[in-house]
Design a protein around this ligand. Structure first.
Ligand SMILES: O=c1ccn([C@@H]2O[C@H](COP(=O)(O)OP(=O)(O)O[C@H]3O[C@H](CO)[C@@H](O)[C@H](O)[C@H]3O)[C@@H](O)[C@H]2O)c(=O)[nH]1
Length: 451
């Protein structure tokens, strides 16, 4: 009997591809062969963005299949993308597995993103092991499991439209969620929301189809959520196995690490909003001016692809005034940045990966959620773990420079945030270095290897 050989297949979004590629590298380290299946367009982006030192292609077999989106359609339309994927990718995945098997390199299991239930149906059909990977918090899983109840309670209709705007407490052991912040409720127009809602509604069934459901979280981070979900197994945070993530959609600017080396310890404000967040010009300027007002060094990820005419976006004179203490880059190697001793705090959109990367490095967080599960993650950061602060918006939805400066001052001058962040870091890292997450991961590997 040869090595176990699994297919790992993520949803084509940055916050899904990165942790699943990390998972694949951990699998390989444990003696499992991994074939990573991206959509063709994501594969192209990832391969193009690899840096010279990234040897991922020698470790994990990277392949691609079409996502079904027609050349004239827009892949940023998540509704269209999700529908097209569902139509085309199951057949493509099945053919891929057949082809690999015919070549004699037998596939023994499929580990699918929790959002891709159809991939587990393909696994079932081809008679291999089935596991689901959830790249976000266990609490967000709970909110999706409760979709049928939300419909029967009249909070949302069967298309996912929010009928009642109110705080929802699924259990006293997890943070309450405002119904307007449900994951699907802020994605695109009503038609898109329906497609995403339908996809998320299937997650309960997907997790029943899977032999294992693993989650990129830990008992220490979410004791309440995991007590409600005994069959969801935390194995995280799954950080880059060699300290550096691979699988970026944009080329990294690693010069920022050299710049960080020149900054005093515990001085730099790191600012990054993941892969989806969009700012209007007013908000962009207020953030820039807020950073300027702090008089502290900062490293700010400004995505050039979503900030058209980026040079003109900065307020006049800003770049000259901050040139000795501010660095703007288009994409940073975030895990390396957050582990750098110069970092003092993190202004984040609270995507789950950014959240657990901040926690794993003991970095206090100023929360600026944009959509989806990010509001729930903010509640964890501010109310449960107490390692960060939120920001208040004006009525017109803008966060002003004075608010940004004041909250940063508060976060950095009240040492209790850093203390709690370091405590949580210690617990979290213990869990992956020999503790519960580590043990769970080893049990998972045993299951994959078991004939
Ligand atoms: O300059 C940058 C900016 C980000 N990152 C990385 O990109 C990833 C971003 O992931 P995440 O923080 O989760 O944000 P999103 O890309 O916005 O992720 C989507 O997917 C997540 C997992 O489902 C959800 O929690 C988010 O709300 C959703 O927006 C992280 O690993 C970061 O380290 C970099 O390496 N460099």
């Amino acid at each position: 009997m040869g090595k176990p050989h699994v297919i790992v297949i993520p949803y084509p979004a940055q916050g899904h591809v990165l942790p699943m590629l990390e998972l694949s590298q951990w699998l390989v380290k444990h003696g499992v062969q991994a074939t990573f299946v991206n959509t063709e367009s994501t594969h192209e982006r990832v391969v193009k963005s690899l840096s010279d030192s990234d040897n991922i292609k020698e470790v994990v077999t990277m392949v691609s299949i079409p996502d079904g989106v027609e050349p004239w359609e827009d892949r940023n339309d998540l509704g269209k993308l999700t529908e097209a994927m569902f139509r085309v990718m199951p057949g493509e995945l099945e053919s891929l597995i057949e082809k690999i098997n015919e070549e004699g390199d037998k596939i023994t299991g499929v580990i699918a993103d929790g959002q891709l239930g159809w991939a587990l149906e393909v696994a079932e059909k081809t008679g291999v092991k089935k596991a689901a990977f959830w790249p976000a918090s266990a609490a967000s899983f709970i909110s999706l499991f409760n979709i049928p109840k939300l419909v029967s309670d009249g909070i949302v209709d069967s298309n996912g439209k929010i009928l009642k705007k109110q705080m929802i407490q699924f259990s006293p052991t997890i943070p309450a969620i405002n119904s307007t912040n449900f994951i699907w409720a802020s994605i695109g127009d009503q038609a898109t929301q329906k497609v995403i809602f339908d996809m998320l509604s299937t997650i309960n069934g997907t997790s029943k189809l899977a032999d294992w459901v693993i989650c990129n979280s830990s008992y220490d981070l979410e004791p309440g959520a995991f007590s409600l979900l005994p069959d969801i197994i935390p194995v995280g945070p799954l950080l880059a196995s060699n300290g550096k993530s691979v699988g970026y959609f944009w080329p990294e600017d690693s010069a920022c690490l050299t710049w960080l080396d020149q900054q005093p310890i515990n001085s730099v404000i790191y600012v990054a909003f993941g892969s989806f967040t969009l700012f209007n010009q007013t908000q962009f300027e207020e953030l820039a001016l807020g950073l300027e007002l702090t008089n502290r060094p900062f490293l700010w990820v400004v995505r050039e692809d979503i900030t058209p005419h980026v040079d003109e976006a900065y307020i006049k004179g800003f770049k000259d005034r901050v040139q000795n203490r501010g660095l703007m880059v288009s994409w940073a190697p975030q895990q390396q940045v957050l582990s750098h001793p110069a970092i003092a705090c993190f202004i984040s959109h609270c995507g789950w990966n950014s959240t657990i990367e901040g926690i794993s490095n003991g970095v206090p967080i100023l929360c600026w959620p944009y959509f989806a599960d990010q509001f729930l993650n903010q509640s964890y950061i501010c109310d449960e773990w107490k390692v960060g602060l939120g920001l208040s918006k004006e009525e017109i939805g803008i966060i002003r420079r004075g608010e940004i400066k004041d909250k940063l001052e508060h976060l950095l001058s009240d040492k209790s945030y850093k203390e709690r962040a370091l405590n949580l870091q210690a617990k979290t890292m213990d869990s992956v270095r020999g503790g519960n997450s580590h043990k769970n991961f080893n049990n998972f590997i045993e299951w994959i290897k078991d004939n």
